[in-house]
Design a protein around this ligand. Structure first.
Ligand SMILES: CC(C)(COP(=O)(O)OP(=O)(O)OC[C@H]1O[C@@H](n2cnc3c(N)ncnc32)[C@H](O)[C@@H]1OP(=O)(O)O)[C@@H](O)C(=O)NCCC(=O)NCCS
Length: 292
């Protein structure tokens, strides 16, 4: 496969994203209006692998990352090309390089509108919409019946049960990612009869705080968890990415001040990803677009 790309008057080669100055990655994502801070880039680089398209003097013209979970599955994200040189072949080139490195894994990504056709042409199939809900958290939140069971903060010792619950919802075990997220996150869980039945993390990201992943088996549990998190940050900027269109979860987010800002499309290549069954745990809030 082509390991150089002629882009306008620039000759681009590939570099391991881990070796690139984070300030240049940050400038690239700012250039396309993404909110990632340098800390967010560092966290993603620590979690996954990636490529940067650079010119002869080390300037970054594009990136693409993948986050492998074992040998069977990976998510793809942080696919960005320099705003000034889009529609010149750079995005396709980077994606082809990533696909080669992901091998035979089943793949998942969340496509923005400008990227959608590119991914279709590379064999990705649309599954569902993701609603990016964000805004300043309302000073007072709607109140609900107390949740059945016990809602309390999660501890480090809960990581195994969180990972087991999460794997049922996500379809693939992602304990390493959860351990990384947990380091800087606040987490709440719901226990019934001594068993963890729902959990949600909250961490700093971009302009404020993101609540996710959120895993629950019903609206009530998911709402109780997200409300607990949001009640701790009134007036602050918060974000939840969700695929839940039915039920009241989405309207509770909106009532809490988190309006739909954008929509992306979950797409898969290989095995179909989404297979929610009623009563089974499912993903109410994504960890992030790149991590899913
Ligand atoms: C999406 C993105 C990475 C594409 O990068 P790019 O360098 O323009 O990609 P390419 O030049 O290889 O174009 C890929 C295909 O998309 C098409 N395309 C490019 N920009 C497009 C746009 N704004 N709208 C519709 N189609 C577009 C191209 O025509 C091309 O099709 P072709 O290969 O059949 O001719 C780039 O637009 C970008 O960084 N956007 C902002 C960040 C983003 O949304 N990233 C995607 C995250 S999922």
């Amino acid at each position: 496969m082509q390991d150089h790309l002629r882009l306008d008057s620039f000759d681009l080669s590939l570099s391991d994203i881990a070796s690139v100055d984070v300030k240049m990655l940050h400038a690239l994502s700012l250039g396309v209006g993404w909110p990632h801070r340098t800390e967010d880039w560092d966290m993603l680089r620590h979690t996954g692998q990636g490529l940067a398209a650079i010119d002869g003097i080390g300037r970054v013209f594009g990136t693409a990352m993948w986050f492998a979970h074992g040998t069977e599955f990976a998510t793809i994200g942080m696919v960005i090309t320099s705003h000034r040189f889009q529609a010149h072949g750079n995005g396709r080139w980077l994606m082809e390089q990533v696909l080669e490195r992901c091998g035979h894994r089943n793949l998942l990504l969340n496509a923005t509108r400008p990227a959608y056709n590119l991914y279709v042409s590379l064999g990705f199939v649309p599954e569902e919409s993701v609603y990016q809900c964000q805004g300043e958290v309302a000073p007072r939140l709607r109140s609900f019946e107390p949740v059945k069971g016990e809602l309390k903060g999660v501890a480090h010792a809960d990581l195994d049960s969180i990972a087991a619950l999460d794997a049922r919802a996500f379809g693939t075990e992602r304990k390493r990612l959860l351990r990384i997220l947990a380091r800087d996150a606040k987490g709440y869980g719901i226990w019934r009869d001594g068993t963890l039945v729902a959990y949600a993390f909250r961490r700093s990201f971009g302009r404020g705080q993101v609540v996710g992943p959120i895993v629950a088996s019903n609206d009530e549990d998911a709402i109780a968890l997200v409300s607990r998190h949001l009640s701790e940050i009134p007036g602050q900027f918060a974000r939840v990415d969700t695929r839940q269109r039915e039920g009241i979860f989405l309207s509770v987010l909106q009532d809490s001040g988190l309006r739909i800002f954008d929509t992306v499309t979950t797409m898969s290549k290989g095995r179909r990803f989404l297979k929610a069954k009623s009563g089974e745990p499912s993903i109410f809030g994504l960890a992030s677009h790149a991590l899913s």
